[in-house]
Design a protein around this ligand. Structure first.
Ligand code: PLP
Length: 369
């Protein structure tokens, strides 16, 4: 089976984890946690990094540290992984579902503007599948209405917008290191904050809300959101490979786009000059009047090639049917029905990618009337 994504742990991961075990520093204190945070601070200059136990709590911690809670509305795309909206709901804040751009899968700024109300406190742009959101337009709206921006960059480590890394485009940003993400620590996450005082508050909240100067004295109700030294050891090693991973994913994307753009009914993802896409997961749009994406997926599985659809729109899923939303969600519905994600693991060989391409060409030909 050619996997859609898989971890690639072929650098110093084993050596650094062994160091943790031999030195007995396996819990959430130890040099790798600090190192891992410092590496993020180098890549995202002038931001303060806080390592946490996964990408979902990273989002929750970012929102809580920024003071978002009950009575506040947060604008979130209707097409994203559930963690984005769940984190808003964990804080007692109210999500507002907004449509995405039909060509890029990310927040449509015009729709965001229409969704702003007197209760809106923040926008959560999600750089879905690695494509950076239109941050200039979103920042303009944020400035105009005095809103915070919390980037969900879980799928976009290494992507850039106008030459700036994602994660450096708002008040806070979060990353995920789940097993299928661009880099992995098994489970893990990172939050970066523009404001150092808010980052300090997040560190306090990450550790049970405990006072920095007085141990076992709790200032507020906090959480245990700490990352372990073992996870961070894997993370430090993975970061040494990051540039290579991104180059590989971009090469995979380029090859798919070239080969698949000639097929009638398949549209490769849009390339935008000022948006450097790290292509965490490559997807294509399929014209459902010509061929059914699900039928393609079923044929590909028979050929031992794993694919996956895009996310289901949030507004139709049971926990979110009562969530406030904009009336027009057509693009997220269309994309959910017509998108297909293809194998984008950094371990994908040239030969295997050729096989994926050839199978798709053959299958589409057979399925097209
Ligand atoms: C992976 C992901 C997260 C966080 O996931 P965890 O599994 O908790 O690390 C959040 N948002 C998006 C868009 C994601 O893809």
């Amino acid at each position: 089976m050619i996997p859609i994504l898989e971890p690639h742990l072929s650098g110093n991961e084993l050596q650094y984890v062994t160091e943790c075990i031999q030195s007995n520093w396996i819990s959430s204190q130890g040099k790798f946690v600090t190192q891992f945070e410092e590496i993020f601070e180098e890549r995202i200059p002038n931001y303060h990094a806080v390592a946490v136990s996964n990408g979902t709590v990273a989002l929750h911690l970012a929102l809580v540290a920024l003071g978002i809670g009950e009575g506040d509305e947060v604008i979130v795309p209707n097409l994203t992984f559930a963690a984005s909206i769940n984190a808003i709901m964990y804080c007692g804040a109210s999500p507002v579902l907004v449509d995405v751009d039909p060509n890029t899968c990310v927040l449509d700024p015009q729709q965001v503007r229409q969704a702003v109300s007197s209760k809106t406190r923040a926008i959560m742009p999600v750089h879905l599948y690695g494509f950076p959101c239109d941050m200039d337009a979103l920042q303009q709206i944020a400035d105009e209405f005095d809103l915070l921006i919390v980037e969900d960059a879980a799928e976009a480590l290494g992507s850039q917008y106008r030459g700036k890394p994602v994660g450096s485009l708002g008040n806070a940003a979060t990353f995920s290191f789940f097993g299928n993400k661009t880099i992995t620590t098994g489970e893990g996450g990172m939050v970066v904050f523009r404001d150092g005082d808010i980052a300090d508050k997040a560190r306090m909240l990450r550790d049970h809300g405990m006072s920095k100067s007085r141990r076992y004295w709790h200032e507020v109700i906090g959480y245990n959101y700490r990352m372990t030294n073992l996870q961070a050891a894997v993370g430090v090693a993975q970061m040494e490979s990051l540039n290579g991973f991104i180059a590989k994913k971009r090469a995979i994307a380029k090859k798919y786009s070239k080969a698949l753009s000639v097929i009638d009914g398949i549209t490769p993802p849009l390339e935008v000059e000022h948006c450097f896409n790290s292509h965490w997961l490559y997807w294509v749009k399929i014209d459902t009047s010509i061929v059914d994406p699900q039928a393609i997926a079923e044929e590909l599985i028979k050929a031992e090639i794993e694919t996956r659809p895009l996310f289901y729109p949030l507004h139709i899923q049971p926990p979110y049917t009562a969530v406030k939303r904009m009336e027009n969600l057509n693009s997220s519905i269309m994309l959910a029905n017509s998108g297909l994600c293809l194998p984008t693991a950094v371990t994908l060989s040239e030969k295997d990618q050729d096989r994926v391409i050839n199978e798709i060409i053959k299958i589409v030909k057979n399925l097209t009337p």
